[in-house]
Design a protein around this ligand. Structure first.
Ligand code: 2IT
Length: 447
């Protein structure tokens, strides 16, 4: 297979699906050499099949806002690949959601889930519903209307959604309430990220951020470095950024910046427990303003409008917000300021130019599908607990999360170590995930 030929075909077929095409190109470029060493992949047309979702559900979601006005949004569920398990992946509620965005996320999810060591296929869904400025009652009514359509597409052995941007514990609660009413069954395994009293797993809320820091530690240790005492800039202040701030601080690093769509918040003394707790209040407020942190802690934090976290001098950059949030210029600015490591925690958080800039400057770089896989992995652990009708202790879940992140790191090293000994984590993650899914597709025949 030739990446350029496949990409040329996909560009004609899906014009304008920028995020999807970007995600596919990155994976194909990584796997091309290995793929061509396996004639059986070519014969079964694995690449042509793996880049297409199995199916996409699209539906209208109509609900009534607090003013009594009727609102209509679009809802989607992309069931991307079920070679190694039922479809698994989050729901994103964000005004910019399009089929392209969810196809890129579902594609990424397929390889990420394969890396987790657990049997989960790839899926993603969501809506162009904008949670910013919505009341709690509006969020509830939207979630109910969304589930009224989604529920026939999902099931504990079929497709298991969870949270993503704009969907946290509160939304999963409202979604589950409606699912249960419609299905008339207490199928806890149909959604993950549930509340602790009704089937949720301890540590699932923290897992993406915690797992990302465990992975970062492996990257640093392998390079003979340590996270203790290092300065860290983090973008976002949602669930993932919150978990990352918590664990980074616990491991002795100093988180000196968080950011939002409105700008960056400098925290020269490092974020503390009170501020980390306040991130949850900021998220629940649906205001989407990081300035609220500086207003609440004026002596410790200062806000700069219109700037990104990447304008702050730091050792380690952790993008924790949205795709393409760190571009080539940001990468250059970070490097000029002395940054020597970037672990991507958001899905496709760095543009191809940024990744190229980091890699050619010899900066330690690891891609989202490896770094952030602890979130979905802990969703997998939640599914196991639900299927067994029991709950594990935090220590048990944390030990399993540690094991999974270290297995993912090992897989990246195995498939990403280059002839000069340097580890290409992008290649490593893509090849390791691809080989597992491709092998399963091969064994299951032409379907
Ligand atoms: O991008 C992701 O891996 C997630 N949003 C979590 C998905 C999940 O099913 O827990």
């Amino acid at each position: 297979m030739k990446t350029s030929e496949i990409m040329a075909r996909l560009e004609v077929k899906y014009p304008g699906e920028k995020e999807y095409l970007q995600a596919v190109r990155e994976v194909l470029e990584s796997i091309e050499e290995v793929y061509n060493q396996h004639p059986e992949f070519e014969k079964a047309k694995i690449v042509e099949r793996i880049v297409e979702p199995d199916r996409i559900f699209t539906f209208r979601v109509t609900w009534v806002d607090d003013k009594g006005e009727v609102q209509t949004n679009l809802g989607y569920r992309v069931q991307f690949n079920s070679a190694i398990g039922p479809y698994k992946g989050g729901l994103r509620f964000h005004k910019a959601v399009t089929p392209s965005m969810l196809k890129f996320l579902g594609f990424e999810q397929t390889f990420k889930n394969a890396l987790t060591t657990l049997p989960m296929g790839g899926g993603k869904g969501g809506s162009d519903f904008d949670p910013v400025g919505k009341s709690d009652a509006e969020i509830m009514r939207f979630c109910q209307a969304f589930m009224y359509e989604l529920w026939r597409c999902i099931g504990p052995d079929q497709d298991i959604p969870a949270g993503d941007v704009g969907v946290g514990g509160r939304e999963i609660g409202y979604l589950y309430g409606m699912y249960k009413k419609l299905a008339r069954e207490y199928n806890t395994g149909v959604l993950t990220g549930k509340g602790m009293t009704w089937g949720g797993s301890i540590l699932r809320p923290e897992a993406t951020g915690f797992g990302a820091l465990y992975f970062t530690q492996h990257v640093l240790n392998t390079a003979g470095k340590d996270i203790k005492g290092k300065t860290v800039a983090i973008s976002g202040f949602g669930n993932v950024a919150w978990g990352a701030c918590t664990k980074a601080t616990e491991l002795g690093a100093k988180v000196i910046a968080i950011s939002g769509p409105d700008g960056v918040c400098h925290i020269p003394g490092g974020i503390n427990k009170e501020m980390i707790d306040y991130m949850l209040v900021m998220r629940a407020s649906n205001r989407n303003k990081v300035q609220d942190m500086a207003d609440k802690f004026p002596g410790q934090a200062s806000f700069v409008a219109g700037k990104k976290a990447w304008s702050v001098k730091c050792d380690i950059a952790l993008p924790c917000a949205f795709q393409n949030e760190l571009n080539g210029d940001d990468a250059k600015e970070l490097i000029a300021n002395g940054t020597w490591c970037c672990c991507e925690v958001s899905n496709m958080g760095c543009t191809p130019e940024a990744i190229h800039t980091f890699q050619s400057a010899g900066i330690l770089f690891a891609p989202g599908k490896a770094v952030n896989a602890g979130g979905v992995a802990t969703s997998g652990l939640e599914m196991t607990q639900n299927a067994a009708h029991l709950g594990w202790s935090g220590a048990e879940v944390d030990a399993k999360l540690h094991y999974i992140m270290s297995s993912i790191h090992e897989a990246c090293v195995k498939f990403g170590t280059q002839s000069d000994g340097h580890i290409d984590y992008v290649k490593g993650a893509n090849i390791a995930g691809f080989m597992k899914v491709a092998q399963a597709m091969l064994e299951q025949g032409i379907i």
